[in-house]
Ligand binder design. Structure first.
Ligand code: HEM
Length: 355
């Protein structure tokens, strides 16, 4: 039984991760321009934000970003997991980038720091080995069944059907989570998100989450547009400021709150999430053309972080190389340099959007 915070690395994991890199590269649709992300391809806005560390955190939380009360400028990319049409059920992402964070990061040399969250508290794959199996099934689905079914069924459903027959039928726990994860039809991107995987917070291990903190501005009467999440976000941020509570749930039981299995929910009764920061989204227009293009060419990576917040567990170990290599390939195909943005550049585009 591993201790609190202890990772267990299978001996053949590195080879499996190398295989996952290849599989993820194969998911890029190289025929379109720009080449979009293989996962989370569509975003709803490129949002300006502030990340304000809570004052008076207990000593065990005061590490890394949370060492002392301060504010960081930030941006947020809200995305769909797969679909280009917001009317379809899907998973959704909230990728947060903090600017001007001093100190060496575990990836790259810049001063940015990333958090990547999903609108479901758990992930549908336990470990790297299972991910390889799932991807084999997914790529086989794309090769074989799509040309025949794509006219009749939404792409995702056709793929899931095929992957079910070939793989997920044997994994009912994961299948339940997958269906819950991709079955969501939120009316706005301003909803609750979770990291699903664990991270260090100094000497302790946590899962991150973010939840809207105040009653949100009323949603306008929405048309049934394929871009309805973008319209909802723009309307709500035009109506006024919004804020999220950024939370950390501490691992307090090594067995019931495992490091190596993100399919297990960490019980909030065992360890209630604690607010560690406020994410403030001021009134703004987040979806002008230059801003949307700017977010298109960003890269997020859970390893772009301070060592005090190191990602833990097999799924996170895999993501370091996968996100990095896939993003580099995407940028190369688009003829765009890879690199971290500066705050000045981002704020300038927001000023342009204001005119
Ligand atoms: C081994 C497991 C995983 C693999 C292989 C994977 C793969 C990827 C890839 C290839 C991208 C696009 C990277 C780019 O082109 O810049 C991506 C983006 C993303 N992933 Fe994952 N992912 C995994 C696990 C997770 C988990 C556990 C979460 C939960 C938070 C997650 C949430 C996201 C989100 C929100 C984005 C969009 C980031 C953005 O806005 O650019 N992924 N993923």
């Amino acid at each position: 039984m591993p201790a609190l915070g202890e990772e267990t690395v299978p001996p053949d994991e590195a080879a499996m991760i190398a295989r996952l890199v290849e599989q993820n590269l194969a998911l890029l649709n190289v025929d379109e321009r720009p080449v979009r992300r293989g996962q989370h391809p569509k975003h709803h806005g490129c949002v300006r934000a502030e990340f304000i560390v809570e004052p008076d955190l207990p000593a065990e939380f005061r590490h890394g970003l949370f060492a002392s009360p301060r504010r960081y400028d930030a941006l947020i990319r809200f995305s769909n997991g797969e679909s280009r049409d917001d009317r379809r059920a899907d998973a959704h992402g909230m990728a947060i980038k903090l600017f001007d964070v001093p100190g060496e990061k575990l990836l790259g040399e810049g001063t940015t720091h990333d958090f990547i969250l999903l609108d479901h508290p758990i992930f549908f794959i336990r470990n790297v080995e299972d991910y390889v199996g799932l991807f084999d099934a997914l790529l086989a689905a794309r090769r074989s069944i799509l040309p025949k079914l794509a006219f009749f069924l939404p792409r995702l459903i056709a793929e899931i059907g095929h992957v079910y027959v070939t793989y997920l039928r044997k994994k009912p726990h994961e299948l339940d989570i997958l269906l819950d994860t991709v079955g969501k039809k939120p009316k706005t991107p301003l909803q609750e998100y979770w990291s699903t995987t664990p991270y260090l917070l100094g000497p302790q291990v946590v899962r991150w989450s973010a939840r809207p903190a105040m009653p949100l501005p009323t949603l306008p009467q929405m048309t049934k547009s394929p871009d309805l999440l973008r319209h909802a976000l723009a309307a709500q941020l035009d109506a006024g400021e919004v804020s999220f509570d950024f939370m950390a749930q501490v691992q307090s039981d090594a067995e019931k709150m495992p490091i190596e299995d993100p399919t297990i929910r960490w019980d909030e009764k065992l360890s209630p999430p604690r607010k560690v920061a406020t994410l403030r989204l001021p009134k703004q227009r987040p979806d002008g053309v230059p801003l949307m293009e700017f977010c298109e060419h960003l890269s997020f990576n859970p390893w772009r972080c301070l060592p005090e917040h190191r990602p833990l567990g097999g799924i996170n170990r895999a993501r370091k190389d996968i996100y990095d290599k896939v993003s580099r390939k995407r940028h190369e195909l688009n003829g765009v340099p890879v690199g971290e943005p500066s705050l000045e550049e981002f704020l300038r585009l927001h000023e342009v959007g204001r005119v």
